[in-house]
Design a binder for this molecule. Sequence first.
Ligand code: F3S
Length: 72
Amino acid sequence: MKIIHEREKCIGCGACVALCPKHWEMSEDGKATLLGSTVDPKTKNYLLEVKKIDCHEEAAESCPVQIIQIIK
Ligand code: F3S
């Protein structure tokens, strides 16, 4: 499955980092970064293939602007 982060729309709330610090961290620009992800130059979204959903589910559910998507 795939995790998609629409990073440009991130408001830096930090919920994803608080709930899933293993895979998310706050960056100096005040937005969250999905660790290990790569950017799609067309959409500017960050993508990561994962085998296990892990705490990404909690991160996605907690994001107030709903910019973390999980494609199963
Ligand atoms: Fe950004 Fe949503 Fe995380 S606003 S900091 S991706 S909870």
